[in-house]
Design a protein around this ligand. Structure first.
Ligand SMILES: C[S@@+](CC[C@H](N)C(=O)[O-])C[C@H]1O[C@@H](n2cnc3c(N)ncnc32)[C@H](O)[C@@H]1O
Length: 226
C-alpha cells in the first residue's frame, strides 16, 4: 500500500465522498426518516434569515435544509460529494454549490455569510476547533450559526473521542464525538459566543440501535475587539 502523498486528501475523505455519492439518489427519503432535527433547523432559519441575507449550508448534502429559503436569499452549500452537490443544485438552481472540505479555510474570495448551518455533517469532523474557526472567519460580525456536534455521554474518556461510524457502510471511518467542555472550548477559541447549548437527539442509527445525540449550539460571531 502507498502512503498518501503530500497534499493528498486523507483516506477517510475519499471514503466519505464515495459513500455519499452512492447515497445521493436515495438520500432525501432515507435520511428524512432517520433524522430528528428538521424542525429545529427550520425554526432556527425562520428566526435568523432576513431578506437578501447570505446563508452557508455546511455539509449540505442534497441541500434540503436550506433549499426552500426565499429566492432573494443567497444560499451557498459546501460538501465533499459531487453527487450530493449536483442534487442540491437541481433543487435550488439559484444556489451556489461547491466541493469543499470543512476542515479547510473557505476561499478568501467568497462572500461573507450572515447565517451558517452545520448540521448532520460534523460527525466527520476530525478537528472541531479548526473547523469552527474557518466557519467564524467566513462570517460577518453578528452572524448567527447553528452547529450540531456529536456528543457521546457514554464515552470512556473526556474531550474528543471516536467510535465507528458504520461497519456496514463506511468501515474504518470514525464518527467524531466531543464532550461539552471540548465543544465549548472550540466555540470560544473560534471567537464565537454561545446564545444557547442543548443536548438533544439528532438521528437514529439503526445499525447500532442507538440515537446519536448532538450538542446543539446557537452561536453568534462577535464583532472585532469584543
Ligand atoms: C448525513 S449528510 C447531511 C446532509 C445535510 N446537512 C442534512 O442534514 O440533511 C452528511 C453530508 O456531509 C458531507 N461531509 C462529510 N464530511 C465532510 C467534509 N469534511 N466537508 C464537507 N462535507 C462533508 C457528506 O458528503 C454528506 O453529504
Amino acid at each position: 500500500m502507498h502512503a498518501p502523498g503530500p497534499g493528498a486528501p486523507p483516506p477517510e475523505s475519499a471514503a466519505i465522498e464515495l459513500y455519499y455519492d452512492d447515497f445521493a439518489p436515495h438520500y432525501v427519503p432515507g435520511w428524512r426518516s432517520l433524522e430528528h432535527y428538521g424542525p429545529l433547523v427550520a425554526d432556527f432559519l425562520l428566526r435568523t434569515v432576513t431578506p437578501e441575507c447570505r446563508v452557508l449550508d455546511v455539509g449540505c448534502g442534497p441541500g434540503q435544509l436550506t433549499r426552500d429559503l426565499p429566492p432573494d436569499v443567497s444560499v451557498t452549500g459546501i460538501d465533499l460529494s459531487p453527487q450530493m452537490l449536483a442534487r442540491a443544485e437541481e433543487g435550488r438552481p439559484g444556489g451556489h454549490y461547491e466541493r469543499h472540505d470543512f476542515h479547510d479555510p473557505l476561499p478568501g474570495g467568497w462572500e461573507r455569510f450572515d447565517v451558517v448551518v452545520a448540521v448532520g455533517c460534523l460527525e466527520f469532523c476530525r478537528d472541531l476547533p479548526a473547523t469552527l474557526r474557518h466557519l467564524a472567519d467566513a462570517c460577518v460580525p453578528g452572524a448567527r450559526l447553528l452547529v450540531g456536534v456529536v456528543e457521546d455521554r457514554t464515552a470512556q474518556a473526556p474531550g474528543h473521542t471516536r467510535r465507528a461510524f458504520s461497519d456496514e457502510g463506511l468501515p474504518g471511518v470514525d464518527m467524531h464525538c466531543y464532550d461539552e467542555a471540548a465543544q465549548r472550548a472550540a466555540v470560544e477559541a473560534a471567537g464565537l459566543s454561545a446564545a444557547s447549548y442543548r443536548f438533544l437527539p439528532a438521528w437514529r442509527h439503526d445499525e447500532y440501535s442507538l440515537v446519536v445525540r448532538y450538542g446543539w449550539w446557537e452561536l453568534r460571531k462577535d464583532a472585532p475587539g469584543r
